[in-house]
Design a protein around this ligand. Structure first.
Ligand SMILES: [Zn+2]
Length: 59
């Protein structure tokens, strides 16, 4: 699986506290994601991830 596939399958759209907006985040650990815009580490827990998955499912 190449990098773009990994982004498509595992990336989530969620609020980045550094960007103060929704950004595409890619997972680096169970609850830790990296913002693709500013490279900040963002911790996502169930509520945020569920929101992101729901938004992606309806896109
Ligand atoms: Zn960011």
């Amino acid at each position: 699986m190449n990098t773009s596939d990994r982004l498509l399958h595992n990336g989530v759209v969620a609020m980045c506290p550094d960007c103060r907006d929704e950004r595409l985040l890619v997972p680096v650990d169970a609850f830790e994601y990296c913002c693709t815009t500013c490279d900040a580490a963002v911790l996502l827990f169930d509520e945020a991830v569920n929101t992101a998955v729901r938004e992606r499912a309806t896109a």
